[in-house]
Design a protein around this ligand. Structure first.
Ligand SMILES: Cc1cc2nc3c(=O)[nH]c(=O)nc-3n(C[C@H](O)[C@H](O)[C@H](O)COP(=O)(O)OP(=O)(O)OC[C@H]3O[C@@H](n4cnc5c(N)ncnc54)[C@H](O)[C@@H]3O)c2cc1C
Length: 454
């Protein structure tokens, strides 16, 4: 743990932007073993933030780097839809903790503006539209933090968070406010409570400081990192053969060779087994791919002609069913000209939303809003939504510690093979998995491993 921290701080502090930019052409070339970085070819699979960070770091050191990206666009889970005239970040939206977070600096360099979404600007409604007193909410929230700090002492390797919580706090397990708190504070950050580890549910480190939401689109960062890089779009990698001196990568039926390959596809893609590795990946890595969880979070942006809701940042609603449109982010609070709310669906219900029509989704969301604000409120004029689980380029939102996960599994996912095949992505970052900053740091980490081999 100590060593990992030391390495991370060293990497975070690396003056990568001060390194001289390569003037060499970016293409895969043959190289001899003693060649300079410029004669070494690197293929990065995936143009999400981890792949872009890796490619940029290597290119600045003079390597010949190409990125193969399956989609027609870069960014991966940094994906902004502007079709309704307002930025809808389909994947990451927030910088989680701005102090010391490398994304704070990167956002400044990239021109990504962000604004704080204060947690204490909120109203909570119960079924029947009854406003819950702030004192009741605050007390339950405080108790939740106490429980989360201690519950793992009752956890076990084979039991889920839900099993242990329900056994220890049976009265809370059926309480609407508690279901809401668990859903919003735990499931949203991790995964299905009946699959979440009762021992490792709160693993992962955090940066302190405000939570800031992107204003002009998180994809601004991806566009910034990609400047000057050679990215080949619409190139779906189907096979990686690392049995020879050079690594061979099959994409769209073509084979490209490189000295080093960095695979940055999401854990969900690795789980789906759509990339054939030759030889098979080591057992430890295969086991880790299976054991670490991949959750589902879907986001919904709804726009009205006029706003009818409270002038607070967060409006919560606590029905009987968890994980289902229970929390509304008031977009108007930071974009005054936009009459929009964003809501979320997580875990099993999140996956179920993907087969519902837009009309069905709007109906479900409006049931909650009508219970709070009355039947006279209008339907939204438009909606945008995500389907991360069935998205073949992700198969989920981000990784989490499922029952059976051990922290070592994150390191196993990061482990390089034969000093030629490397792995990056949020799921390979043991301290900061599931985040943008974790993904970013992982890309730099793997690039530095390759640099250190020269
Ligand atoms: C709904 C949602 C909300 C989130 N909210 C936040 C948040 O508020 N704050 C935060 O810090 N983090 C958040 N995250 C997590 C964050 O977005 C991710 O951790 C991070 O963007 C992952 O980056 P990555 O490079 O590891 O993977 P990705 O961005 O997924 O990049 C992987 C790339 O590989 C490509 N690819 C896949 N298969 C192939 C193939 N066969 N061949 C070639 N290319 C392929 C993909 O198209 C993709 O571009 C959220 C994620 C989601 C989905």
């Amino acid at each position: 743990m100590q060593r990992r921290k030391f390495i991370k701080e060293t990497l975070t502090g690396l003056p990568i932007l001060l390194l001289p930019a390569s003037l060499l052409p970016s293409s895969c070339t043959e190289s001899d073993d003693n060649g300079s970085p410029g004669e070494k070819a690197v293929i990065v699979v995936g143009a999400g933030i981890s792949g872009l960070a890796a490619a940029k770091t290597l290119k600045e050191q003079g390597f010949n780097v190409i990125i193969l990206e399956a989609q027609h666009r870069i960014g991966g889970r940094l994906r902004t839809d502007r079709t309704l005239g307002v930025e809808f970040d389909e994947g990451a939206g927030w910088i989680h903790g701005v102090n010391g977070n490398p994304i704070t600096t990167l956002a400044r360099q990239a021109g990504m503006n962000s604004v704080e979404t204060p947690d204490d600007s909120r109203k909570s409604y119960d079924k029947g539209g009854r406003l819950r007193s702030a004192a009741v909410y605050d007390k339950a929230e405080e108790e939740l933090y106490t429980i989360l700090a201690s519950m793992k002492t009752n956890g076990s390797i084979n039991e889920s968070f839900q099993t242990v919580f329900t056994t220890k706090y049976p009265d809370k397990a059926n309480d609407r406010l508690w279901k809401f708190l668990l859903s919003t504070y735990v499931t949203f950050d991790t995964g299905d409570l009946n699959k979440l580890s009762s021992l490792l549910y709160d693993e992962g480190e955090e940066f302190s400081g405000a939570e800031k939401i992107a204003l002009n689109g998180y994809d601004t960062i991806a566009e910034y990192l990609a400047k000057g890089l050679s990215v080949q779009l619409n190139q779906r990698v189907s096979a990686v053969n690392y049995s020879k001196n050079k690594v061979q990568v099959t994409h769209n039926g073509i084979i490209s060779e490189a000295d080093y390959v960095i695979v940055t596809v999401p854990l969900g893609v690795l789980k789906a087994n759509t990339i054939q590795f030759t030889p098979n990946l080591p057992m430890a890595k295969q086991n880790a791919i299976q054991k670490v969880g991949m959750n589902c979070v879907n986001k919904f942006l709804l726009i009205w002609n006029t706003a009818f809701w409270d002038d607070v940042q967060y409006i919560s609603y606590t029905p009987e069913i968890s994980d289902r449109f229970t929390y509304f982010l008031n977009v108007k609070k930071f974009r005054p000209a936009v009459n929009a709310l964003m809501t979320f669906a997580y875990a099993e219900y999140g996956r179920q939303t993907e087969v519902l029509s837009d009309a069905e989704i709007i109906h479900e969301i409006m049931l909650h809003l009508k219970d709070i604000y009355g039947n006279a409120i209008p339907n939204p004029v438009s909606m945008l939504r995500t389907k991360w689980y069935t998205n073949e380029n992700a198969h989920g939102a981000y990784s989490y510690t499922a029952v059976g996960t051990e922290m070592q599994h994150f390191d196993d996912l990061a482990e390089e093979i034969n000093d030629t095949l490397f792995f990056a992505g949020e799921h390979t970052e043991v301290d900061y998995f599931s985040t943008v900053h974790g993904a970013y740091l992982s890309g730099i980490r793997e690039a530095n491993k390759i640099i250190a081999l020269q």
